[in-house]
Design a protein around this ligand. Structure first.
Ligand code: UT7
Length: 329
C-alpha cells in the first residue's frame, strides 16, 4: 500500500499592505475595533494585474523546488479557490499548470471556500493511496480583494490576498503518512457566507448581477465556526487515538483571532502550539492554512516529523480537519 505524505510547503504574498488605518479612511471603522474584534492588523493586496493563478504559480514553484520532485513527475494539480481568474472557466488550476510548464497533466479547481485546502488534501490523499497518482501539487490561492466590497465595513476589514502550495507524494514509509482527513458540509447554512450574484442562482436582469462580492452574517458565522471547529477536531483526535499534547502545531484557518483562541482553549491547547498569521495576512480563505504552514517552515519552527493538526471552516458551510506529520526537509 502506498501512503500519501506532505513533502514540501511554499507560499507567496503580494507586496502591497492594506493597514487598518487605510481601511479607516475608506469606511466607518477604526484600528482599535478591528484589532479587538479580529486580531487583524494588516493584510496583503495583489496588484491590479496580478491574478490568483499568478500567485498560485509562485507559491507552487517554491513547493516544487523544496520537494525535490521533477516537474515531469508531477501528475496532478488541484487548486482550491473562490476567487478564480475567471468565472467559471478556464479553471485556475489549468492556468497554473501552464505557467509552471507542467505539460498536459490532470488539473482542476475545487470550491469549498475557507476549507478548500483541507478538501484538496483529502482528494490528493485518496488519489495517491489508490495508486492512481504519485505526485500531486495542491494549492490554495485567493485574490479576495477582487470579490470584496470595500464599502461594506463588516467584510472588507477581514480579507486579504495570497497563495500557498504543498507537494503531496507517494511513500512506502508509514511514519510519513497523512494520518486522517475529515471533511463535512451543511448547506442549510448556505446564506451565512455567500457571493449571491453572478451565478445561475441570481436573477438575469438584476442590476446587481455583476457585483460578485462576498456577503457574510458575521456574528452567526462566528458562533457556528467555534462549535463546528471544536467538535470536528475532537472527533478526528478521538478516532486516531491522539492527545492534544502530541500535536506540535495546530494550524487553524486564520479567520479571526477570537475564533482561534476559543477553539484552542476548548481543545486545551497551549498557546505555543497554535499557529497565528491572521494579524499580518487577515483571512485569505483557501490560502490561509498553507500560508500559515509556510510561515512556521520559513521561521525554522517546522521540522520533519512534527505532527500538524489542521482545522478549517468556511462558506457552504464547509469544514474539515487533518492530522499529518510534516514529511519535508
Ligand atoms: O472565513 C470564513 C469564516 N468566517 C468567519 O469565521 C468570520 C466570523 N465572524 C467574525 O469574525 C466576526 O463576527 C466579525 C469580525 C465579522 C464581526 O465581529 P462581531 O463581534 O461578531 O461583531 P457584530 O457583527 O456583532 O457587530 C457588533 C457591532 C455592530 O454595531 P451595533 O449594531 O452593535 O451598533 C456592527 O455594526 O460592530 C459594528 N461593526 C463595526 N464597527 C466598526 C461591524 N463591523 C464593524 C467595523 N468597524 N468594521
Amino acid at each position: 500500500m502506498s501512503y500519501a505524505a506532505m513533502r514540501s510547503i511554499g507560499a507567496y504574498v503580494p507586496k502591497r499592505i492594506l493597514s487598518n488605518q487605510d481601511l479607516a479612511a475608506m469606511v466607518d471603522t477604526s484600528d482599535e475595533w478591528i484589532v479587538k474584534r479580529t486580531g487583524i492588523q494588516e493584510r496583503r493586496i495583489a496588484a491590479q494585474d496580478e491574478t490568483t493563478s499568478d500567485m498560485g504559480a509562485k507559491a507552487a514553484q517554491i513547493a516544487i523546488e523544496r520537494s525535490g520532485v521533477n516537474k515531469s513527475d508531477i501528475d496532478m494539480l488541484i487548486c482550491a479557490t473562490i476567487s478564480p481568474d475567471y468565472f467559471n472557466m478556464p479553471s485556475t488550476a489549468t492556468l497554473i499548470a501552464t505557467k509552471l510548464g507542467l505539460g498536459q497533466i490532470s488539473a482542476f479547481d475545487i470550491s469549498a471556500a475557507c476549507t478548500g485546502f483541507v478538501y484538496v488534501l483529502s482528494i490528493a490523499k485518496a488519489f495517491i493511496e489508490s495508486g492512481m497518482k504519485k505526485n500531486i501539487l495542491i494549492i490554495g490561492a485567493e485574490k479576495l480583494s477582487a470579490i470584496t466590497d470595500y464599502s461594506d465595513r463588516t467584510t472588507c476589514i477581514l480579507f486579504g490576498d495570497g497563495a500557498g502550495a504543498a507537494m503531496i507524494c507517494a511513500t512506502n514509509d508509514a511514519s510519513e503518512a497523512i494520518r486522517d482527513v475529515n471533511t463535512g458540509s451543511d448547506g442549510t447554512y448556505a446564506d451565512l457566507l455567500m457571493t449571491p450574484n453572478g451565478g445561475s442562482g441570481s436573477i438575469h436582469d438584476s442590476p446587481e448581477r455583476d457585483k460578485v462580492f462576498m456577503q457574510m452574517k458575521g456574528n452567526e458565522t462566528f458562533k457556528v465556526a467555534v462549535r463546528t471547529l471544536t467538535a470536528d477536531v475532537q472527533e478526528l483526535l478521538h478516532k486516531n487515538g491522539v492527545q492534544t499534547a502530541q500535536i506540535k502545531h495546530f494550524v487553524p484557518h486564520q479567520a479571526n483571532y477570537r475564533i482561534i483562541k476559543a477553539v484552542g482553549d476548548a481543545l486545551g491547547l497551549d498557546e505555543a502550539q497554535v499557529v497565528l498569521t491572521v494579524g499580518k495576512y487577515g483571512n485569505t480563505s483557501g490560502a490561509s492554512i498553507p500560508m500559515a504552514i509556510n510561515d512556521i517552515y520559513e521561521s525554522g519552527r517546522l521540522a520533519k516529523g512534527d505532527l500538524l493538526l489542521l482545522d478549517a471552516f468556511g462558506g457552504g458551510l464547509t469544514w474539515g480537519s487533518a492530522l499529518l506529520p510534516f514529511a519535508g526537509k
